[in-house]
Design a protein. Structure first.
Length: 278
């Protein structure tokens, strides 16, 4: 598999290291006019040369057609995909966008192009497995405790551009979609931007006499790289719009199917499977 990466900021650099280790990184893009353009990726990551030259997004189509990556992982900003959606679809390069802060209009356009132009996109403001488990837990809590108050506290590094985080908004939307439609309830989000916090999301579920807390903490940005690589492997050869919950659900179903087939083979070899045919 060949992966292209855009965005060599706080998170993108860690993702680049991860993809280099996996030997799947084929090309890296930066903004037009960026000082990173033309440099070997190794120079930016403070490691020996990698043989990958960082390219600007100028003449993107031509550059993509030369290398033909299977997937582009995006850790840049909402601007990139909004501006280059048509080119990516035309070149048949599927996308994993970890970017947060898309407008409603951006989201609608991405959905429309993914569905009509027949290429694959994973929109993943919540790219780690842990946060996705947290969402399932929040959904269960919302079903059980409609009379409780839900509040989210999210902490991220001080240079993070959007606030509240995309993950916090997604957790809030998940809870609201689970609560009784007639119930008028808000899920307030409190954002903290400080130091180099990789990412922490805390959901408080407060009742009159007790409280539940669900917390997800990313110890390092490798958690985001791992999630992005999982999503990239998933989206190769697929079409349409997906979320991380689809990535994890479908991978789990495939694993279960493989386990079942393996156990069947084992039983056949052991002569435990009987044929009831005519
Ligand atoms: N889904 C998740 O779980 C998750 C986890 C971590 C981060 N993220 C998201 O990933 C994105 C990046 O995060 P970060 O913390 O790494 O931010 P960052 O440090 O600001 O890095 C962003 C990088 O992208 C580049 N960039 C921005 N707009 C671009 C464009 N239009 N074309 C090309 N390059 C562009 C920036 O270049 P310049 O410096 O030249 O502007 C910078 O190198 C954010 O949206 C963040 O919320 C999501």
């Amino acid at each position: 598999m060949k992966i292209a990466l855009i965005g060599l900021g706080t998170t993108g650099k860690i993702v680049a290291e991860y993809l280099l280790k996996e030997k799947v990184l084929a090309m890296v893009f930066c903004r037009k006019g960026s000082s990173q353009a033309g440099k070997d990726l190794g120079e930016i990551l403070h490691r020996p040369n990698t043989g990958i030259t960082v390219e600007s997004t100028e003449d993107l189509e031509e550059k993509l057609l030369q290398v033909r990556p299977d997937v582009l992982i995006d850790f840049s900003s909402p601007q990139f995909l909004s501006e280059n959606l048509g080119i990516l679809a035309k070149c048949g390069v599927n996308v994993v966008s970890a970017v947060t802060g898309y407008s409603e209009m951006d989201m609608r356009r991405i959905k429309l192009v993914a569905e009509n132009r027949r290429f694959g996109v994973v929109l993943a403001p919540n790219i780690t497995y842990g946060v996705n488990v947290m969402m399932i837990m929040a959904q269960i809590a919302a079903q059980l405790h409609e009379d409780y108050d839900f509040q989210i506290i999210e902490e991220n590094h001080k240079n993070k551009k959007d606030s509240p985080s995309g993950t916090a908004k997604k957790i809030a939307a998940t809870i609201l979609s689970t609560l009784d439609e007639m119930e008028e309830k808000a899920v307030p989000i409190h954002s903290i931007r400080a130091g180099d916090i990789a990412g922490r999301h805390r959901l408080l579920i407060c009742g009159k006499h007790d409280q539940i807390e669900i917390t997800h903490t990313a110890f390092s940005r490798v958690a985001f790289a791992e999630g992005a690589y999982k999503a990239a492997k998933f989206i190769v050869g697929r079409r349409g719009l997906y979320e991380m919950k689809d990535v994890f659900r479908i991978q789990k179903e495939q694993q279960e199917e493989e386990q079942w087939e393996n156990s069947l083979c084992y039983k056949e070899e052991a002569g435990e499977v009987q044929s009831y045919g005519m």
